[in-house]
Design a binder for this molecule. Structure first.
Ligand code: NAP
Length: 495
């Protein structure tokens, strides 16, 4: 038992009220937070509106679903998994992994399924929490682990209600709808759509991809691990650790450096690889239509080993004329063409500025989070918001989002949050939140650094807010790791 667990336990044994924590969400970050709180002997309740764990890996069940980040890096550092079958893992396997960790680490009994948190009121020093079913409880600490890519962005197309076929968002897959031999349309060209195209073209009688903006696509093969390799990973955790370090270093030194420096050789190398990949498209007219007019990695880089092959199949068409309306038979585009369909999938992304909302969050002095975030969500190094003490975000605004391991970044953030909670356990303070000044200073610097990122080089994406300012971590990944090492307590106010 470490010092902190001992002090949590001793304050408990001394008859003081033990610290109670609520975690909102039982996805990757919520399971992680519950484990870390558990390790400290803190009484934790996880509120999950769904009926099983997994977050984005529960919500997304579309054909072709996979994680394009290397599987061994996309695992918790404390629960490595020698059994991954290939470099990148399919979605159902990842969901199973999270279910296994939640079960093995004792998280499942702490989860209240079917309990959507609708309101949080700060009643210093602690939070009153209310769920949609009328359940109320009080907690010293709240960890928000509600994810980013959670609320589907569902555009309205005129006439959609007249469509004779099935229409749904990619994250709300209707598994009752038959796909084989059907005429399938997909709207959107992001990472989700690229996986859908690769999986569905071989199954459809006719496939239409409705593209508003072309994407750069990097070739990423997915080699299988041999039984001998898996046996080696099982036998020696050090072998697995060095593989993880190798995968990590490659991405951190390559992609993570490229996106924050428009003039970097790493970005030039990515551009070259994407251009080279595009040459796979043999038909010059199709290649022209698939060629973006902005720099590679400006939007999230699509990784695929099958997109260009699939879209060149004789049963596939790339539609670049704007969608005018939906008719009973299919999609009518602005050029007057009718694309007849049985199934239309809206692979149109997510509302990424929601975070914990629509939960109503009322902080110290009656401060409403909706007002605090009226100009866009902001959090000090992505974890703390002024006037919302003892409320911490994992994967909050300004997190490093991109083509790297969200599990690793969440672990860093959770480690940082736990250090702030350790102060509560030790009795150093009863409430802690970042100061307004520290948030402003951090945000000004973060936004300034954003001016040199690739995200502002002439494309629109979910990495930009309504004013065109990057919403992600705009500094180096090394700086992220350093910042997360220990809180600078002078940036926090405590009582
Ligand atoms: P996305 O990247 O936001 O792409 C949405 C697509 O829908 C874009 O092509 C967009 O076009 C199009 N679109 C939106 N509204 C439209 C409208 N009204 N009419 C026509 N087209 C419209 O969404 P996503 O593909 O679901 O990916 C979201 C994020 O999820 C990714 O960036 C990634 O972080 C994550 N993801 C990860 C993986 C993985 O393997 N790790 C896989 C899937 C998703 P415009 O470009 O013109 O806006």
């Amino acid at each position: 038992m470490d010092d902190v667990s001992e002090s949590a336990a001793s304050s408990h044994s001394a008859g003081k009220e033990p610290i109670r924590a609520a975690v909102i969400g039982a996805g990757m970050a919520g399971i992680l937070s519950a484990i870390k709180l558990n390790e400290r002997g803190i009484d934790v309740v996880v509120f999950e509106k769904g009926d099983r764990v997994g977050g984005t890996w529960r919500e997304n069940t579309y054909p072709g679903l996979a994680c394009d980040v290397a599987a061994h890096w996309y695992t918790y550092s404390f629960a490595r998994n020698p059994e991954w079958d290939s470099l990148m893992a399919p979605g159902p396997k990842i969901r199973e992994y999270f279910e296994g960790v939640a079960r093995d680490r004792g998280v499942l009994p702490r989860i209240r399924f079917g309990q959507e948190v609708v309101r949080l009121d700060y009643e210093g020093p602690g939070w009153r929490l209310a769920t949609a079913t009328g359940h109320e409880d009080r907690f010293d600490v709240v960890i928000v682990a509600t994810g980013v890519l959670h609320h589907p962005n569902v555009p309205h197309f005129d006439g959609v209600e007249t469509f004779n076929g099935a229409v749904f968002h990619s994250a709300r897959w209707d598994h009752s709808v038959a796909l084989d031999g059907k005429r399938i349309g997909v709207v959107g060209t992001g990472s989700t759509a690229a996986q859908l195209v690769t999986a569905l073209v071989p199954r459809a009688s006719r496939f239409s991809l409705f593209q508003r903006t072309p994407q750069w696509v990097m070739h990423r093969p997915n080699p299988a691990y041999t039984e001998a390799e898996k046996a080696a990973f099982r036998a020696d955790p050090a072998t697995l650790d060095s593989l993880v370090q190798e995968l990590r270093t490659r991405t951190v030194e390559g992609y993570a450096t490229a996106v924050i420096d428009q003039d970097s050789p790493q970005l030039a190398a990515i551009e070259h690889l994407c251009q080279e990949n595009l040459e796979k498209v043999r038909n010059p007219e199709l290649r022209r239509k698939l060629t973006p007019d902005y720099r590679a990695a400006c939007k999230r880089l699509v990784m695929s080993d099958g997109f260009y092959e699939a879209i060149q199949q004789p049963n596939a068409e790339l539609v670049t004329s704007r969608i005018d309306r939906i008719e009973p038979e299919g999609v009518r585009t602005a050029d007057g063409a009718l694309h007849e369909l049985d199934v239309l999938v809206l692979s149109t992304g997510f509302q990424v500025d929601r975070f914990i909302r629509p939960t109503k969050v009322i902080g110290r002095g009656g401060r409403d989070l909706d007002d605090a975030w009226a100009d866009g969500p902001e959090a000090y190094i992505s974890v703390s918001v002024p006037d919302f003490p003892n409320l911490f975000l994992v994967n909050g605004p300004g997190s490093p989002f991109g083509n790297f391991s969200a599990i690793e970044t969440s672990e860093f953030q959770a480690g940082y949050v736990m250090q702030l909670i350790d102060g509560l356990i030790r009795g150093d303070y009863r409430e802690v939140s970042v100061t307004h000044e520290a948030l402003r200073r951090f945000e000004d610097e973060r936004q300034e650094a954003g001016r040199n990122t690739v995200w502002v080089t002439g494309c629109d994406s979910w990495y930009l807010d309504k004013k065109g300012v990057p919403t992600s971590w705009t500094f180096s990944y090394d700086r992220f790791v350093q910042e997360m090492a220990a809180p600078r307590m002078q940036d926090f106010e405590t009582q």
